[in-house]
Design a protein around this ligand. Structure first.
Ligand SMILES: *Cc1c(COP(=O)(O)O)cnc(C)c1O
Length: 398
């Protein structure tokens, strides 16, 4: 049987290659950091989610090593059989304290947190109202629920209100949004969303994967940034981005919601416990966030330096406050070609960043998405700006 199926897949693979949609993986030959080795060359990395530079921080690595020695490698169990340690309980408690919530449940990834949050909570008599640009894991999680689904136009509060009205008959309503949208680095209007939720008697869920640890005055995320802590019922987030970057995720919020998820959420019930070394390292990350404001301060300074510098050079960059900085080509006709060509030439200049074009982003909105980190030095950010100036002039972008 496989012969025909194999031929079919080979043809599909050839077809996406022809369309330029085949994703090549670049192989790193060094730890994650501001500088990485790719293909034998040292380059500056401007495409990791390593916002606070903690992925290879010696304090985090030491905490993981210490936990490994104390607790061993793995648990070989799900949480409810024999896979819950005091370390898991401590991490759940400290995440709740950090996020300002009542309780937290850990998952192997935020993808699993989102996969396991809707189906147990929102049944066929209820409705989920979801931003059009929400993350793939939210889309998949919503698909698993029997609830009615209402999609509102990205960040459009008038349309959200219309969808809430359309869902008025539902027993319960849950609005769900990314806290930060990864392609543009724009923040959800959580004030507006919470106001509408209160007017229309709806619950609110925020996926803060691109915010936890560094958005808001003390890095607690978009709920802190918009002063709505306590008004959001459910937060999902990842340990795999700013908070050390290994893996793991969680759902945090009202205590009855979390208690119910521990009983009913399938990725929690039927998938293995988070490794203890990840718990130990994550606790160290939370300690660093409490006691060391330097990564947060450096990240903000780097974000301003890079965004401001690119604008000054004449690149098509929007105002913003997030370390995701898209460089657009909206004044050029061949935006997709330029984004690819420019990112390739930037790599030759020692700057590793990725060009995105259709279908990842809409037609005519190709971009290079830069992500700056607290790990970058002022001089490294300047090197990035210098390379953009050189390549941008060469390709006639500026
Ligand atoms: C990265 C991301 C996820 C997935 O997180 P993992 O822990 O890597 O599974 C989920 N939601 C959003 C918004 C993300 O950006």
């Amino acid at each position: 049987m496989y012969g025909k199926f194999g031929e079919f897949l080979a043809a599909e693979l050839a077809s996406i290659r022809e369309q330029g949609l085949f994703k090549e993986e670049r192989v790193l030959e060094s730890p994650q950091g501001a500088e990485v080795t790719v293909g034998g060359a040292k380059v500056l990395n401007f495409c990791a989610n390593n916002y606070l530079g903690l992925a290879s921080d010696p304090r985090v690595v030491a905490a993981a090593q210490k936990t490994l020695d104390q607790w061993g490698y793995g648990l070989s169990s799900v949480r409810f059989i024999c896979g819950t340690t005091s370390l898991h309980k401590q991490l759940e408690q400290e995440l709740s304290t950090f996020l300002g919530t009542e309780d937290t449940i850990l998952y192997a990834a935020c993808f699993d947190a989102n996969g396991g949050v809707f189906e147990p909570l929102i049944d066929q008599d209820s409705a989920i109202i979801t931003d059009q640009l929400n993350h793939a894991s939210i889309i998949d999680g919503v698909r698993l629920a029997k609830a009615r689904r209402f999609i509102y136009k990205h960040a459009d509060m008038a349309d959200l209100e219309q969808q809430l009205t359309a869902a008025a008959e539902a027993r319960f309503r849950l609005i769900v949004t990314d806290g930060v949208f990864s392609m543009d680095g724009d923040l959800a209007n959580l004030q507006g969303i919470c106001d509408l939720a209160e007017q229309h008697d709806a619950l609110v869920m925020v996926d803060d994967s691109h915010a936890t640890g560094f958005v808001g005055p003390t890095g607690r995320g978009t709920c802190e940034r918009f002063d709505v802590m306590g008004r959001v019922d459910i937060i999902t987030t990842t340990l795999g981005k700013a908070l050390g970057g290994a893996l793991g995720g969680c759902t945090s919020g009202r205590k009855e919601i979390i208690a119910w998820l521990r009983q009913k959420s399938r990725p929690y019930l039927f998938s293995n416990s988070l490794p203890m070394m990840v718990c130990g390292a994550s606790l160290e990350v939370l300690r660093i966030l409490r006691e060391d404001p330097e990564p947060l301060r450096r990240l903000e300074a780097n974000q301003k330096q890079l965004r401001g510098g690119l604008k000054e050079l004449g690149f098509d960059v929007e105002d913003g406050e997030h370390p995701i900085i898209p460089v657009h080509f909206r004044k050029q006709e061949n935006d997709a070609v330029l984004a690819q060509k420019m990112s390739a030439e930037l790599l030759d200049e020692g700057i590793y960043c990725i060009g995105f074009s259709f279908p990842v982003v809409p037609h005519g909105q190709a971009r290079i998405r830069l992500q700056v980190s607290a790990a970058h030095s002022t001089q490294q950010v300047q090197q990035c700006l210098d390379a953009f100036a050189t390549v941008g002039r060469r390709l006639g972008v500026i």
